[in-house]
Design a protein around this ligand. Structure first.
Ligand SMILES: Cc1cc2nc3c(=O)[nH]c(=O)nc-3n(C[C@H](O)[C@H](O)[C@H](O)COP(=O)(O)OP(=O)(O)OC[C@H]3O[C@@H](n4cnc5c(N)ncnc54)[C@H](O)[C@@H]3O)c2cc1C
Length: 274
């Protein structure tokens, strides 16, 4: 969306395609207010989504939902519905997907969002694997919704931002440090996870749902981009990867996503990326 705004301001025709039925990307999963966007914060994420969407409308940038990009050959973007769009340049901002643990039974882990699980009745017993922002934020939301939450963290401490850690300590959630999941046994609803590690409890965890939140990786389609290290790069000419997918993990944020969009569009306009 930021790239589309810059493109319009610089006089370029632009179309945004989004595979989801609504805009927002990762902003849709925020439960805490945005506090680190200079001049905007603190405010709920939906306010930012609404402002960006309104601004796109104002500058005449079209956005089409439910359209998933599948491949790019340098001049044509193929979509999952079989259609294709011609374009002079592709700004590819696919965001991130959850990294996999690669343990037996991982397919039994919950694939949906924390919001879906939070609304479940009767109350669930949930194991969250991981100690970063997403796992701790999920733990806070689920514990506040009345579910019994356990966090299993491989490291001796949490890596989530401090305000999240403080909020977590005000909930009923339990944290096991230096604890690794060995496998996931059973079926959703009746799951068992044996642990290993210096801090692992003797008994395995038993409950209804397991959420794996061990970090994120670029959510690329391989026909469009590839990943080197933690960052995605375009496979073809006339495209730039922007946003979180183009960043190292410690750089990923709204500010850097906006900045990478501006940089990429200006480079395109100035012919520096041809
Ligand atoms: C819970 C949480 C809290 C956060 N808190 C903060 C914070 O407080 N401050 C901060 O600065 N940052 C925060 N972040 C990070 C911030 O949200 C991201 O840095 C930012 O959203 C990155 O934007 P993006 O456009 O690169 O990717 P995303 O927001 O992930 O958007 C990518 C979009 O591309 C779509 N897409 C992907 N592939 C395709 C395809 N093939 N075809 C069509 N559409 C596709 C996706 O559906 C998605 O809508 C947080 C993230 C999370 C998850």
């Amino acid at each position: 969306m930021a790239a589309a705004l810059w493109a319009r301001r610089l006089g370029i025709e632009v179309l945004v395609v989004e595979r989801q039925p609504k805009p927002g990307g990762q902003l849709l999963s925020y439960s805490m207010p945005i506090v680190d966007l200079p001049g905007f914060s603190p405010a709920p994420a939906h306010v930012l989504i609404e402002r960006l969407t309104q601004e796109l409308g104002r500058v005449g940038a079209a956005i089409e939902y439910g359209r998933q990009a599948m491949s790019w050959n340098g001049s044509e973007l193929s979509l999952s519905d079989g259609s294709a769009l011609e374009a002079g340049w592709l700004f590819y901002a696919p965001g991130l997907r959850t990294r996999r643990l690669h343990i037996p039974g991982e397919d039994q882990a919950f694939r949906g969002s924390v919001s879906e699980l939070a609304g479940c009745a009767p109350k669930r017993r949930v194991l969250i694997i991981g100690g970063g922002d997403r796992s701790v934020e999920g733990a806070i939301r689920l514990a506040r919704a009345g579910h019994a939450v356990t966090l299993a963290v491989r490291s001796p401490r949490l890596y989530a931002r401090l305000p999240y850690q403080t909020e977590l300590s005000d909930t009923s959630a339990t944290v096991f440090y230096r604890t690794e999941a060995v496998r996931i046994e059973g079926k959703p609803g009746y799951l068992r996870v044996p642990f290993t590690g210096a801090g692992a409890p003797d008994a395995a965890w038993e409950g209804s749902d397991v959420l794996v939140r061990i970090g994120m990786e670029p959510d690329i389609v391989w026909q469009i981009a590839r990943v080197r290290g933690d960052q995605a790069y375009g496979r073809h000419l006339r495209m730039t990867v922007i946003g979180d997918a183009a960043m190292d993990p410690w750089e990923r944020s709204l500010v850097t996503a906006f900045a990478s969009a501006m940089r990429a569009v200006k480079a395109y306009v100035n012919g520096m990326d041809s």
